[in-house]
Design a protein around this ligand. Sequence first.
Ligand code: T46
Length: 137
Amino acid sequence: MSIIKIINFNVLGDERGSLVALESNKDIPFDIKRIYYIFGTQKDVARGFHAHKELKQVAVCISGRCKFIMDDGSKKQDVVMESPTQAILIDKMQWHEMHDFSEDCVLMVIASHHYDESDYIRDYNQFLSLIQKTKGK
Ligand code: T46
């Protein structure tokens, strides 16, 4: 089973171009509390390298592309995101890394909570041991 969850957005379009509208609990599977975007990235500079204890996020390259590596503690998979109509769900307790940014990449992230540094797990071994503890419950 794939650990990568892709969400395809509904595209509204006419002869003037395309439009994507995202609503809480419809297109995005949670209440939206925060939106941020990442740009001005460099091809050889990767980002992420953490998991979140509670935060859920939906990430979409509204311009350009980048590669996501997702890891649930037992499986690792990657996917190239390169469409403004296709997003990846970053669930809680999923280690994620972003690599191979194109120069024109604008990565928009929609989040279920306000920013909280204490929700981050930035140490991979700590991530693995928390996953083991959850499985033991
Ligand atoms: C994630 C991936 C996909 C804030 O002050 N507020 C915010 O809302 C965010 C997202 C970040 N920050 C600060 C924290 C750091 O000092 O901005 C700085 C850069 O954040 P970070 O190094 O965590 O960036 P990434 O690209 O490694 O990770 C980001 C998100 O932080 C993270 O939640 O899942 O994008």
